[in-house]
Design a protein. Structure first.
Lengths: 425, 514, 319
């Protein structure tokens, strides 16, 4: 019975489409219910949503903002979804994100002489290592001692964020500067080496990273690259490149997209992902198939943490160019709903990060034009998550499949389908 | 005697499966009734309908002559029905008394009062020889004692009907005897008892009325003593059972698996395998018989590298594999069919293809420098599905959507398609219907013909007797004796299963199976 | 500098602040023990606290009575608990993800409700700080007159005293009542509880709603007990801290209470030191309780402590 009738392919496509339909319906329902809240507030929801959409996609500038918001979310979303699929529920993306940002900044203000093509990968590598370092501690504890990673990653978040806050207030070590504490010079230690305080500023923040470490602007790239040679003379191209919004945009969303593709391959086309998913679905069966479960968990935690750390570096290198207290709060925690609304699929993660980024980017315009507060956006997001996870649990795909197979069995007069084990009965 | 429970035309279906089909049953006070049937005959489903775990699709339940509707366990308990499930429904960190009173109002509601419960547990414990310390925590108690707690729980709830689901599965023959004594005592006091079993001998031993179920239907109700084992077996499976295959005689070849003085511990860190030694050769099936839980599962896991050996050695084709990882052992062309295909045999949420390559995806046949070759995977899956006759609309289907028999075919395809040198089959037919069981047996014999050495673990004695070339019997982690199958005497094997060590070589006297 | 630190540590104000910092954590954490023991992760305390905080200010502002404010706070908390239970218990959704969603939604909803209630006109922003009737301090006779101890412990607002009482109350419910036995059984082996006729969903619903009520009360303490006003996101992660305290205390009432004191003390000390502008890295003070919890978890707790069915939805088969 291995022959595939044509109808089967259509049905398979229809079933696959549920992966997209569920979050779409969830988002629509979220907008619908939030509309009631907006009416209660005293505004017209349609106008508010129109302003929201305009704020997110209406102008090149708006699109640039949306893209900036999207990039770090893609990384934390990928971090959470890879971990989740692989049985390592990483609640610590927030802390890993902050450590990654800190590490990238530190590299970006320390190795000031390096050219950009060395410095940028170096910053990213440092960020990935920092994130991986924070994630592998719970990873090791889970793999070797069986500790619940939800608790341990959560706790390390706070430790990491406080460390980040402290590092912002401790002077950056340079061989020519004496570090002082309470007016006494103190010796160099590992801890104050990573201090990133900007001594010229009264409030805590880091100095800006050197220009070479900043992600190239899209406009600059287009003016110099291959495309410029092809279209450089064209009037429309000059206009496009000259647009300030194009100049605001960086490579960040493109890098994010590259990582989406990479993570798709890692998950579904590589042995690493195969083992990780097997452990995520059923660690006992994975072990019985000869997969080294502890090692897989450790590798998963490293990959997940590195992705979250990379997210931090993308924000620093692409957008803020320095770190400040609370520099992008909740980017890590938001990775959880981004991953779940994205149905834990890399492509879905990109789309749901786009949804999150657009909402955050458009919220300001909505408030200015229609007086509807930015807070409504949080409600919309919350409702979308709630509906999406409820919808996913209905598992319509399996239900339809079972119904179809049951019909087939009736026709064939046999019983190849049992939804669940009727144990011992 | 008066009628206590009557079932009329009970039907219960699951998607694609008819579990109970117009079942009628009548139970009287003071009666012990065995419900006999194969795995999948619908025994447990029927009793779950009575106890309110499931609701029948149609049919009527009468209790003391009146029709009742049992929607959930609470209703059944209120009527006076108690059930001891196969997997005990006890809360491990709570004490015996807390478990007994759980869900019932206390005399000083809403306050908990355990002293009266404890006294009552001691009292009925003495009356029915169900001695348990009411203050002990469940996780500290051995399985046999936990079963007593379950019975006490039902008695405390003033049960008039006690349903026991496969109560002997976890017991040694001696404990089974004790249980039957307790059950008779309870019946003398007017309690009605239904016990579910799929073991012929046991049902004949207690010598009461037996209702045989097959394919969800009642075949007949007979008196166990007046019916021969052969007749009962025929009723159970619907045709003559062939207890012996015509398996071709093949001379065993070189030694493939050699186990010397092997010891291992179970999940609770108690000794499970104690100093076991044996050899299995090419073209040979060594059957491991024994009551469930005597170390067979652990033995198989140690050989497969899944469990650490605490002593002794395992060598495969002359190489010491005691300290090797599961994957290193897989790489030595060793197949292992785990006992629980739903939990450890398959990744139910993975596709059939992914399951088929679950043990080999890392081999150069399927991947290069970490990248899987989708083309090669699909090709392999299509071939395996055809060869092993897996009934599925496509290789991309999730394994959980397959029936039990087809799931086991996927496991067999994964394990046997690489022509393994050694096959470790741990309870490969558990929970399968007759057709699927025969398929598994056929595959085992084919692997034997191809030259594999096979270690075949099963708790079904008939299966062991018919399939094996030699039979080893395990009891409390030790091998009581190894006998050639043609000399096997079922009584002697039964004695060994109960812990009587075999002395010297086979005597060859007494009744033979076949 | 050392003298300054000693002065801080010896000041009565510090200990009064410890009590005030501990109380919201204590209320939420202890009130959520039942839900946690029944197998539901109460990661959603943050949302319950936030809506409790805004509920208290709305109730107090509209009725002019701080006591009615408390009632509204508990009602709001209970409603969040109810929604959480629908997802966590009935639908069987992932409890952490549901909680993250609720916490996000509560952040938005609480500030919308606040502005809707107190804005001078629709769509306008609130310019001055809104003040509503707040809870008065009750000095307990005799006990309140003891020097130092009286000031620190017995000259507080009534919610604080309720917090003290909650420790034995929760312990008593858990270990000395049939309801508590049900809660423990449901958390450890829901299937077994189901077969003896206990409604697993029912026990979990009630426990989660209790968690909501108590966390709502904790939120009310933040708004009309401590600051007497509302700020966006004023729970500031206290829900997570309370959760950490539950883990620290190994799900036992006394241990959980100790955990909340540890966090409360660290918070109070950190604020004092920060205010004195000393060159002490107070961030380490904030991180300290988390590190301690992490270490206790890793070194002392082991894995067998949390309820066996923790975070897992229960679904009966084959109905």
């Amino acid at each position: 019975m291995t022959d595939k009738p044509k109808t089967y392919i259509w049905q398979a496509l229809l079933e696959k489409s549920f992966n997209i339909l569920i979050p779409v319906f969830a988002i629509l329902a979220a907008f619908l219910i939030s509309g009631i809240l907006i009416i209660a507030w005293g505004a017209n929801p349609l106008e508010a949503y129109k302003a929201l959409l305009a704020g997110a996609f209406g102008t090149p500038n708006a699109i640039a903002t949306t893209m900036t918001r999207l990039s770090p979310l893609v990384f934390t979303g990928l971090a959470v979804s890879y971990g989740y699929r692989s049985g390592f529920f990483n609640i610590g993306a927030e802390g890993q994100f902050f450590l990654g940002a800190l590490a990238a900044t530190w590299v970006g203000i320390t190795f000031t002489n390096l050219p950009g093509w060395v410095l940028i990968p170096l910053c990213a590598l440092a960020a990935a290592l920092a994130g991986a370092f924070l994630a592998v501690i719970p990873g090791l504890l889970k793999a070797l001692r069986g500790f619940n990673e939800v608790l341990t990653t959560l706790l390390l978040n706070y430790v990491a964020i406080q460390y980040f806050e402290w590092a912002l207030r401790i002077e950056h070590y340079r061989p020519d500067i004496n570090v002082t504490w309470d007016d006494k010079p103190i010796k160099w230690t590992f801890l104050n080496w990573i201090g990133v305080k900007d001594v010229t500023q009264p409030f805590p923040q880091s100095p800006g990273i050197v220009e070479a470490a900043e992600l190239p602007k899209l406009g600059t790239l287009l003016k110099t690259g291959l495309l410029n040679q092809l279209f450089g003379q064209a009037h429309w191209y000059e206009e496009f490149v000259a647009n300030p919004a194009v100049n605001r945009m960086t490579l960040a969303p493109i890098i994010a997209l590259v990582f989406v593709v990479i993570m798709y391959f890692v998950l579904f086309r590589m042995t690493v992902g195969f083992q990780a998913r097997a452990v995520g679905v059923n660690p006992d069966a994975a072990r019985f198939m000869g997969i080294n479960v502890p090692r897989t968990i450790i590798i998963t935690s490293l990959i997940s943490g590195a992705l979250a750390g990379l997210g931090g570096s993308i924000e620093v290198l692409g957008a803020q160019h320095r770190v400040i207290p609370n520099f992008l709060v909740n980017a890590g925690f938001d990775g959880i709903p981004v991953a779940l609304i994205g149905q834990l699929h890399p492509a879905g993660v990109f789309l749901s990060a786009l949804f999150f980024g657009a909402l955050r980017a458009g919220a300001n315009k909505m408030q200015i034009l229609t007086q509807v507060p930015i807070s409504v956006v949080y409600v919309i997001q919350a409702l979308a998550i709630l509906f999406a996870i409820a919808g996913a649990l209905l598992d319509l795909q399996s239900k339809i499949k079972i119904a179809r197979l049951a019909k087939q069995t009736e026709a064939a007069g046999e019983q190849p389908v049992a939804e669940k084990e009727v144990s011992g009965a | 005697m008066t009628e206590l429970l009557r079932l009329e035309k009970i039907c219960k279906t699951f998607p694609g499966v008819i579990a109970n089909d117009n079942v009628d049953l009548s139970i009287e006070r003071g009666e012990i009734r065995a419900l006999l049937g194969e795995n999948g005959a619908g025994k447990t489903t029927l009793m779950n309908c009575v106890y309110g775990v499931y609701r029948p699709n149609s049919g009527k339940i009468f209790w003391k002559g009146k029709e009742v509707h049992i929607h959930r366990a609470r209703d059944a308990i209120a009527l006076g029905i108690g059930m001891v499930h196969q997997h005990f429904m006890l809360v491990p960190p709570l004490t015996v008394a807390e478990n007994v009173i759980l869900g019932l109002p206390s005399p000083r509601e809403p306050l908990l009062e355990l002293s009266k419960v404890e006294a009552q547990i001691r009292e009925s414990g003495e009356k029915y020889r169900l001695l348990v310390d009411p203050k002990a925590r469940i996780w500290q108690l051995p399985v046999g004692i936990q079963q007593r707690v379950e019975i006490l729980k039902a008695l405390y709830r003033k049960a008039e009907l006690l349903i026991l689901d496969e109560p002997t599965a976890v017991l040694t023959p001696g404990e089974v005897e004790e249980l039957f004594v307790i059950l008779r005592k309870l019946a003398e006091d007017g309690l009605a008892i239904i016990f579910i079993s799929h073991k012929l001998e046991e049902v004949r031993a207690i010598c009461e009325k037996v209702t045989v179920l097959r394919g969800g239907r009642v075949v007949d109700t007979v008196n166990a003593c007046d019916t021969s084992a052969r007749e009962l077996a025929k009723m159970m499976v619907g045709r003559e059972v062939f207890l012996k295959f015509d398996k071709p005689k093949i001379e065993p070849g070189e030694v493939v698996l050699s186990v010397k003085n092997l010891s291992a511990r179970d999940n609770r860190d108690l000794p499970a395998v104690r100093g076991v030694s044996f050899e299995v050769r090419r073209h040979e099936i060594l059957g491991i018989a024994g009551v469930d839980g005597n170390g067979q599962t652990e033995l198989a896991e140690v050989i497969a590298g899944l469990r650490e050996a605490t002593g002794g050695t395992v060598s495969i084709l002359g190489k010491d594999t005691t300290k090797k990882t599961p994957r290193e052992i897989i790489a030595m062309n060793v197949a292992y069919i785990p006992p629980d295909r739903q939990h450890t045999g398959l990744l139910l949420d993975f596709s059939i293809t992914e399951n088929l390559v679950g043990k080999a995806f890392w081999k150069p046949d399927f991947s290069r420098s970490g990248f899987l070759s989708k083309k090669k995977l699909d090709l392999f899956a299509d071939r395996a599905i055809r060869e092993f006759d897996v009934r599925t609309p496509g290789a991309g289907l999730k394994a959980k959507l397959l029936s039990g028999g087809n799931q086991q075919k996927v496991v067999l395809a994964r394990e046997l398609s690489g022509n393994p040198d050694l096959v470790i089959a741990s309870q490969p037919t558990r929970g399968l219907d007759i057709g699927a069981t025969e398929y598994v047996h056929k595959q085992m014999l084919e692997a034997r013909a191809r030259g594999a050495a096979i270690l075949f673990v099963s708790t079904e004695l008939e299966e062991i007797l018919s399939l094996s070339d030699r039979i080893a019997v395990m009891y409390e982690g030790q091998i009581m004796g190894i006998v050639p199958a043609q000399d096997a005497d079922i009584h002697e094997i039964g004695e060994m299963m109960a812990g009587v060590r075999r002395l010297g070589e086979a005597v060859g006297s007494g009744e033979k199976m076949g | 500098m050392l003298e300054q630190i000693v002065a801080v540590i010896l000041s009565v104000e510090l200990y009064t602040a410890v009590v005030r910092m501990t109380t919201p954590l204590l209320l939420a954490a202890l009130g959520s023990i039942l839900a946690e023991r029944s197998g539901v992760v109460t990661f959603s305390m943050e949302a319950m606290m936030l809506l409790g905080a805004v509920g208290a200010i709305i109730g107090s502002g509209l009725t002019g009575s701080a006591w009615l404010g408390l009632c509204v706070a508990m009602l709001f908390g209970a409603l969040v608990g109810l929604i959480y239970a629908v997802w966590a218990v009935s639908i069987g959704a992932n409890q952490i993800v549901t909680s993250v969603a609720l916490n996000l939604g509560a952040l938005g909803l609480s500030s919308i409700l606040y502005v809707m209630t107190f804005a001078p006109a629709k769509g306008e922003v609130i310019e001055q700080v809104i003040q509503v009737p707040s809870l008065p301090a009750w000095k307990i006779p005799l006990l309140g007159d003891i020097p130092v101890i009286g000031t620190v412990f017995f000259n507080q607002i009534p919610i604080v005293y309720f917090g003290y009482l909650l420790i034995p109350i929760i312990w008593f419910i858990l270990y000395k009542t049939t309801w508590g036995l049900k809660v423990r059984a449901v958390g450890e082996h829901p299937h077994a509880a189901d077969t003896v006729g206990i409604s697993v969903a029912g026990v979990r619903y009630i426990s989660v709603v209790i968690s909501g009520i108590m966390s709502g009360l904790a939120g009310a303490f933040l708004s009309i007990g401590m600051l007497n006003t509302f700020q966006e996101g004023m729970s500031a992660g206290r829900g997570f801290i309370a959760y950490t305290a539950i883990v620290f205390g190994k799900w036992e009432p006394l241990g959980v209470a100790l955990g909340t004191v540890l966090f409360g003390a660290a918070d109070a000390l950190q604020l004092r030191l920060q205010a004195m502008n000393l060159a002490i890295p107070y961030q380490f003070m904030v991180a300290f309780p988390y590190l301690v919890t992490f270490i206790t978890l890793v070194v002392f707790v082991g894995k067998a402590v949390w309820p066996a069915s923790y975070g897992m939805p229960f679904q009966r088969e084959g109905k």
